[in-house]
Design a binder for this molecule. Structure first.
Ligand SMILES: C[S@@+](CC[C@H](N)C(=O)[O-])C[C@H]1O[C@@H](n2cnc3c(N)ncnc32)[C@H](O)[C@@H]1O
Ligand SMILES: *[C@@H]1O[C@H](CO)[C@@H](O)[C@H](O)[C@H]1NC(C)=O
Ligand SMILES: *[C@@H]1O[C@H](CO)[C@@H](O)[C@H](O)[C@H]1NC(C)=O
Ligand SMILES: *[C@@H]1O[C@H](CO)[C@@H](O)[C@H](O)[C@H]1NC(C)=O
Length: 490
């Protein structure tokens, strides 16, 4: 159910003198009536900044689009639009004489429908226009009904939209059984792994290598990658000795149970940390999935470096490599929610990255740029610390609240898993993007550059990221020394 709204126009606000912030402390949201035009967005942006991004302030959008560009209109998708006002003049008449929305307005409205807006068809001013009310109403109803139903992955994402989650730390913490269960329902991830392992095993077989091949699944969880590897071996018609290494004692119990239940006679379950395991022989292939939304943020590089001791000199790691990527994002609601204690309060709230399915978000730069990259095995002992500078050109005046982070991962051969927007593995829902907030939102006009700086650093106990801007204006380095968001190595 939608909350009741107090509608204010810019004129009301100006006539009433200075708008009192106290009005926002009452229970009802306060909606500012705004045209969807560029000047409307600028007025809205000024106003919500003056109100310090108050979470009760929202807008009632008049769908007047005129010459506003599509990119400018898209900005509204990030804003708290609670209702859409359609005045008679918004409609055109089609060749049969029925009222329809101009193309750009229609596209915007369809996307706003997914954000649960209330539609107000404004009262006509004259009798003449009145005749058009019913056709306009049924046109809007038909638009709504024609929205395609959500896919399985979209339904899952929808139920998590705009919810900030602390990134998991599967190395330092033990995952819950429910978390594994959720991963295991992913319809894409394990199929891709199975294919990657199948390609690898087939190649080894064709090279005439002696069997059985030694396969190690490191961080096996409750066993889905073990199952994928066994199926790949069966398809490739090869014999394997499989070791399943897992440090979470509860998951080890589940693995042992599965070994008995499913008759996994070629599988040995090994409890313990892969970095200290004394392996009985060398592996032909090490299979793992230790990836976070930003690729390396669950410390896959450190874990696999610690395990490559027992990889044969011509052995292969699946995945072979992964790359994190970033783009600036406008996300006023996420930013305001993060600030309200999402990481426990204080400076940490805006110095922690969050895993979040971003619905109310807008991307002012169409480029997504690669940040940190890792390859396995790493025989050259290259450091896992990184430092990268990334410039983004802003395509439309906007307020930037932080960055959206993604990963792209090469499993083996052509097999990929990715949440990179340009390469997304359709249907995969194990990872949502990462949101790196900025302490202070930055206003960036069209054509200007955001110059951002990213560090990955470590000490004996932890790994952490630091980030900062130097353009359009310098900011403080965020999360210095990992003070707010350390990723535990132990
Ligand atoms: C993201 S989960 C993946 C689990 C499972 N392979 C799957 O795909 O559902 C990563 C698993 O690796 C385990 N893990 C992380 N670091 C490890 C380490 N250093 N040694 C052994 N297991 C580790 C975690 O406990 C967790 O079960
Ligand atoms: C005009 O709109 C009506 C109702 O929305 C629709 O049934 C009709 O097919 C449209 N005509 C043309 C020529 O697009
Ligand atoms: C390579 O391995 C060394 C030693 O284990 C480690 O210190 C380094 O960070 C690793 N680098 C990469 C790029 O994997
Ligand atoms: C997308 O995937 C292809 C392989 O399928 C890979 O070559 C390319 O580098 C990936 N692009 C990005 C932007 O990650």
């Amino acid at each position: 159910m939608l909350p009741s709204l107090v509608a204010l126009t810019m004129q009301d606000l100006l006539a009433g003198g200075l708008f009192s912030l106290a009005a926002l402390e009452d229970a009802a949201p306060v909606a500012l009536q705004m045209p969807a035009t560029s000047s409307g967005w600028k007025a809205w942006n000024r106003f919500r900044t003056l109100c310090d991004h108050h979470v009760r302030l929202c807008c009632a959008l008049e769908l007047t689009v005129d010459k506003t560009s599509e990119k400018e209109l898209e900005r509204w998708l990030a804003e708290p639009v609670r209702c859409v006002i359609l005045s008679p003049s918004t409609f055109l008449l089609n060749r049969s004489g029925y009222p329809v929305l101009p193309k750009k307005a229609k596209a915007l409205l369809e996307q706003l429908f997914r954000r649960q807006v209330q539609v107000i068809i404004a009262e006509p001013q004259s009798v003449e226009q009145n005749e058009g009310l019913l056709p306009r109403l049924s046109y809007i109803a038909r638009l709504f009904q024609a929205l395609p139903p959500l896919s399985q992955a979209e339904r899952f994402a929808y139920s998590h939209m705009d919810t900030l989650q602390a990134p998991l730390q599967p190395l330092a913490d033990n995952l819950e059984s429910e978390t594994y269960e959720l991963f295991e329902t992913d319809p894409v991830k394990y199929a891709k792994y199975q294919e990657a392992v199948f390609i690898f095993l087939t190649e080894r077989k064709q090279e005439g290598r002696p069997m059985p091949f030694c396969v190690m699944v490191l961080g096996a969880g409750r066993g889905p990658l073990v199952e994928a590897a066994l199926k790949a071996a069966e398809r490739a018609e090869v014999e394997v000795d499989l070791y399943a290494v897992e440090k979470n004692p509860n998951a080890v119990q589940a693995l042992r149970h599965r070994k008995r239940r499913d008759g996994w006679s070629s599988v040995q379950v090994v409890p313990g940390d892969m970095r200290s395991w004394d392996a009985p022989k060398k592996a032909d292939v090490i299979i793992s999935e230790l990836l976070g939304s930003f690729g390396d943020n669950e410390l896959s590089p450190e874990c696999l470096d610690g395990a490559q001791r027992f990889l044969a000199s011509d052995g292969v790691c699946i995945p072979i490599s992964y790359t994190a990527a970033l783009t600036p994002v406008t996300a006023p609601g996420l930013w305001a929610n993060a600030r309200q204690g999402a990481a426990g309060g204080g400076v940490a709230d805006l110095e922690t990255a969050y895993v979040v399915h971003m619905q109310h978000a807008f991307y002012p730069c169409s480029a997504v740029k690669d940040c940190f990259e890792f390859h396995h095995p790493n025989w050259t002992m290259e450091s896992n610390d990184r430092c990268v500078d990334l410039d983004f050109e802003i395509e439309v005046d906007s307020l930037v609240h932080g960055f959206a982070g993604y990963f792209d991962c090469v499993l083996y051969g052509p097999e990929h898993i990715s949440i990179h927007p340009k390469n997304f593995s359709v249907g995969m829902f194990s990872w949502f993007p990462m949101f790196f907030p900025l302490r202070h939102p930055q206003y960036v006009p069209r054509g200007s550059i955001i110059r951002s700086h990213w560090w990955r650093r470590h000490d004996a106990h932890k790994v952490w990221y630091e980030w900062a801007l130097t353009e359009p204006a310098p900011t403080e380095v965020q999360n210095p020394g990992g003070r707010s968001w350390p990723i535990g190595l132990l």
